[in-house]
Unconditional design. Sequence first.
Length: 281
Amino acid sequence: MTVSAAPRSTRLIVADLDGTLLHDASTFEERFLSQRSVDALVKAHEQGLKFAISTARPVSTGLSFARRLPVDACVYLNGALIDMNPACSDFDTLTSGELPVDGHLRRIGFSSQRACEVCRMLLGAMPGLQLGIVMNDVRYTNFDVSVLWKTQEFRLTDFTDVPNGQADKIFIMPRSEQCAQLAGLIPADFKVSISEGTMWMLMNPQANKESSLRTVCERLGIGLGETASFGDDLIDIDMLKSSGTGVAVANANPRVLGIADEVCPANNEDGVAQWVEQLVA
């Protein structure tokens, strides 16, 4: 595949992690970032380009990648948490539920009470549905999430004893035969995003990758037309369409490939790194 790169007017590179920047693996925990990708992004940063991560991952599984990369901003939880000064953040800062006085963190969620109401409503209509609430990097769920994510903290609940606070998202793992009924039950004050075709995420409508891109650009003083963003999944589409150059990795969902301005090699071939190498050659 021929790799092209945006013109030198590109000032900000934004990349999704899973399926885009990270290599695949047999388990979620084994997905990895290649040294080639690190080196390419470090070189770009040294030449003055800004870099941001935009991922659906929570802090517990995203922060380690941010620490290896020259990040000027990091979007977690599909836009529910935006860190606009990662150098000033650590795990405790990002998961405390408190906002630092300097304003470099932005949380876009909804009350845990409202989240519990929705979970109880969904279970009343669909007993046995597997779902949970993410808040401050803890998953309050009605099932053992270690079957999906072996390192993520969770607490079993019936959604009557979740602490008060601001939740980031409701996640649901429906079986295929449950999806049609579930789609008809989503409350109007939530927007649904589906990650990797399996996990439904109920979010504040303002918490998404496209809105977070605008927030990061405003903070950095960079125009949307000066950005290049990379993605593979349906939740990346609006971000790619809003960027100056939207780049899909070759392994992307067909709908993502259909809207992309460019296509780079697949994640397992370090496609983002190849594209960046051309830009900073």
